[in-house]
Structures are given as C-alpha cells and as structure tokens.
Write a protein that binds this ligand. Sequence first.
Ligand code: BTN
Length: 317
Amino acid sequence: MRELYRLLADGHFHSGSELGQTLGVSRAAIWKKIKKLQEQGVAIQSVTGKGYQLSEPVTFIDEQRIKLELPAYRNIFVFDQLDSTNLEVRRQLKTGINDVLVIAEEQTEGRGRRGRQWESPYATNIYLSVSWPVTQGMAQLEGLSLSVGLAVYRTLQPYLESNLGLKWPNDVLIGHKKVAGILIELLGDPADSFFAVIGIGININLQANQLKVDSPWTSLALETGKCKDRNELIVSLVSHLREILKQQSAEGFVSMRKEWEQVHLWQNKMVSLSFTEHEVVGKVLGVSPKGELELLVGDEQKNFAGGELTLRLQDDS
Ligand code: BTN
C-alpha cells in the first residue's frame, strides 16, 4: 500500500496497468488497494481512460534536507514506518546513542497520554521524538511539558491568523479542536543519570474523514485550506524545540511563564478539573513557576500538578 502511495505521490494520473506492472500485480489488485486507501480517507480520483490520481501531490520527509538544515543534531533517523518514535528513541538510548531525533512517516502503535492511542496515518502528519539528558535532577523537568507546548505554538503560529492556543498542561488547540499532542516519558534512573523522551505529534495534512477519534480534532491543512510541506515544519519545530530546551535548562519554565499564560486559551475561564474520583470547579488564574495550574476555587487559590487531571470547559464565561 505504501509503495502504491509513493507511486501516486506526484499528483499525476497513473493507469491501473502501469501501476500493476511496476508493482508486479494485476490491475484488479491495484483497484482493490486504491479502494482500501480511499476507505482510509486518502483522496484519490479515478477517471476512466486516465487512471488514478491523488487530489493533492504528497511531499515525503526528505532525510537529506532535514540533516542539512539541522546540523546541531548528531543522530537523525527517518523511518518509513515505526511502532512509535518514542519507543525508537528509547531503543537508541539503550544502545548508548544519545542526542537523537527520530521521525516517522507512519506509526503503527502511536502512543498518546493516559495510555491512549495516537492515530498516525502514512505520509500525512508529523510524528517525531527527541532525547533530552536530565543532568540537574527533577527540578529541570518542572513545567517541561508546558514549555514544549510553546515550541509547537511558535512553529504553527506563522501559518494561522487566529484561534491557535494551548490548553493546560500541553494540548495545542485551534479553537476547541486539538491539532497537536505531546508525550514526555522518562528513561533511566532518576537518582542517577536519565533522559526525557519528548514525543510530538502534529496533524498537518489530515483530511476531514481521515480520523475516527471521539474528541474534536483538526489539522493545519483543514484550517488553512492548503496542504503543507512537512519538511519545512519539521525543521522549524526542531529549531524552536532546541531553543526552548536550552532556556528550560538555563532558566527554567518560570522564564517562559508569562508567554505561556498569554497563549493559554482558557486563561480566566471557569473550568472543571477532573480526577479519578472527584472534580474541582474553579476559575483559571494562570500557571505557577513549576507549571502547575492555578485555580480560584471559591475564594481560595489552589495549585494542581499534571498527570491524571482532565480539564473541561464549563461555560464560555
Ligand atoms: C497526547 O495524547 O496528546 C499525546 C500524543 C503524542 C503523540 C506523539 S506522535 C510522536 C510520538 N510518538 C508517539 O508514540 N507518541 C508521540
């Protein structure tokens, strides 16, 4: 299927017999594969006498270009398919390779927060992970997931006129719809030397019928009406991420706190914060120097740390 996708990537018409010959299968087999791709939401038109055409040409991730434009990373790996980029960074770290950036065209076991799955269709979005050495103890991690959210915000902001923002702790939203997610995992012994594995997924060229996810989501292409070159976005994302991580090590999240609050979509809103067995209702005052959510509950300020919390908009006040 991925080979067929690559043959169609140029956006030109290709006849069933030409595709069949290249892949060594019958025209009927090509027709079946095309149907499957269409069922997965890939927009392909078929015209009698001309063949099949992708409605938008696809630009694949260009490993050479990324390596050239990101010289600071010593170990960049681009995969056509992976279980998960976070898992691959862990494997690389275990073999002693660090300072790793892993990118994939597709993930078969994309992981989201709280054990959820992150849908990761082929040649459509950004799925990448980096390793980050933690050399100053747990304090270095305070507010990290919020600062990584800022790196994603800075990457997407030039493409969008309005409505882009963050939702505590680290969802990236356009309006009320999720466009990107961040998963940070730790590897090693916290009492000794260890690493944070920072995974980022951004919906770039996803089309309206391509995901079957319950919560509202969107993509950069859906919001702007145009497919985007993911290479340009990857280079920009990794550059912003490096800058943010440098600042996080040197000055901590506190130095980015004001910028974060300015782009927090639910700042000053009434919200409910859900835990496993109870929920708290309050008004968002901001975030603490450690990245905790500051809520006004009744007439008392309370701070909440990340983890098992869920945040729901209660009204539009
Ligand atoms: C979330 O649930 O909001 C977090 C989603 C994180 C998805 C990214 S995609 C790249 C990296 N590899 C994974 O398996 N997950 C993260």
